[in-house]
Design a protein around this ligand. Structure first.
Ligand code: GTP
Ligand code: ZN
Length: 314
């Protein structure tokens, strides 16, 4: 935690109420009326915010002020600045969790998570779980990510392998776990907090919302300063307003080549003199990562064409 920050942390939001973890316990809070006028409505208070609170009754309080955020994971709609919705404020890192098997790893999905993290300048870590099921070959699938500079942590929630390393990655931070269903996210969290009855990705009954609601996030406390953001639906969302022109920068291993293409606005598809494609051909850039880039670029260009078309009709 940053020095000088208020110790109180927003751990859950439900409509106009927020649960705030304070040194004296959790307070159910509303937001001071005038604060609502000072800040933009969409990101007034979010899970992960550090706040000043005033206790008004046993277990109840008012959020008086919100500390400036370091960064946030947000959902952004293309072409609509105001539509940004903060999902987790002050997020230290995104941990993309995949399994070596059961389910088979989807590397295109991993690439999409990493692009979202890069675009929002959130550090990302890859966790390869169920390493106990590996025949020796599956873990190699993640080598391109190591070469691209990502930390890859191999774990087994079943045998306990790698949990110390994962802990060293999480300790003292606020991390979001993202990954497909069944890879073992809940099992990993439970390995650190066996006393908790949690299922990552599923909402508590108290929120009364459906499982696929993507707006409700809560924080799970692993120790005094270590939190996991439970961000339901993160895996099903699109690219959150990443621009096609910035996609290449979201692949860290492309960056050394980006100034070297013949055309300054090269999209690294079929243009002559493309340094990125040359690096793919020489093996310096992984072909699978490049294929993901092509797939995502097509998708983004398609969305941008559709947006341009909608605008032209307005
Ligand atoms: N072999 C093996 N099985 C595991 C491991 N971790 C979790 N599992 C099993 O995988 C299944 C899914 O685990 P969960 O922890 O519920 O997965 P999840 O990612 O939280 O899934 P959702 O809640 O659907 O998002 C369970 O049957 C676990 O017992 C592991 O490291 N090795
Ligand atoms: Zn190029």
């Amino acid at each position: 935690m940053r020095s000088g920050w208020p110790p109180n942390l927003v751990i859950r939001g439900y409509g106009q109420y927020y649960d705030v973890l304070t040194p004296e316990g959790v307070l159910r809070c509303v937001v001071r009326g005038s604060l609502k006028r000072e800040r933009r409505k969409t990101d007034l208070v979010a899970v992960g915010d550090r706040v000043e609170v005033r206790r008004v009754a046993p277990g109840e309080g008012v959020i008086e002020a919100v500390a400036p955020r370091t960064r946030a994971l947000s959902r952004r709609a293309r072409g609509a600045e105001d539509a940004e919705q903060v999902i987790v404020a002050n997020l230290d890192q995104l941990v993309a969790v995949f399994a070596v098997a059961q389910p088979e790893p989807s590397l295109p999905m991993l690439d999409r998570f990493l692009v979202i993290a890069e675009a929002q300048e959130i550090p990302a870590v890859v966790c390869v779980n169920k390493i106990d099921l590996d025949d020796g070959a599956k873990r190699r699938l993640f080598d391109p990510y190591r070469r691209a500079g990502y930390r890859v942590v191999e774990t087994s929630a079943l045998t306990g392998a790698g949990l110390e390393e994962l802990w060293s990655c999480l300790a003292g931070k606020l991390s979001a776990l993202a990954g497909p269903s069944g890879v073992g996210k809940s099992s990993l969290v439970k390995a650190f907090r066996p006393d908790l009855d949690i299922r990552i990705g599923e909402l508590s009954e108290a929120t009364g919302r459906g499982r696929h609601t993507t707006t409700v996030t809560s924080l799970i406390q692993l120790d005094e300063q270590t939190f996991i953001a439970d961000t339901p639906g993160i895996g099903t969302l699109g690219l959150w307003g990443v621009e096609s022109s910035e996609l290449d920068r979201c692949f860290p291993e492309f960056r050394p080549y980006l100034g070297a293409c013949y055309y300054a606005d090269c999209r690294h598809l079929a243009e002559p003199g493309c340094a990125v494609r040359a690096a793919v051909e020489s093996g310096a850039i992984d072909a699978g990562r490049y294929a993901s880039y092509q797939g995502l670029l097509e998708q983004l260009m398609e969305e941008e064409r559709a947006e341009g078309w909608r605008r032209s009709r307005r």
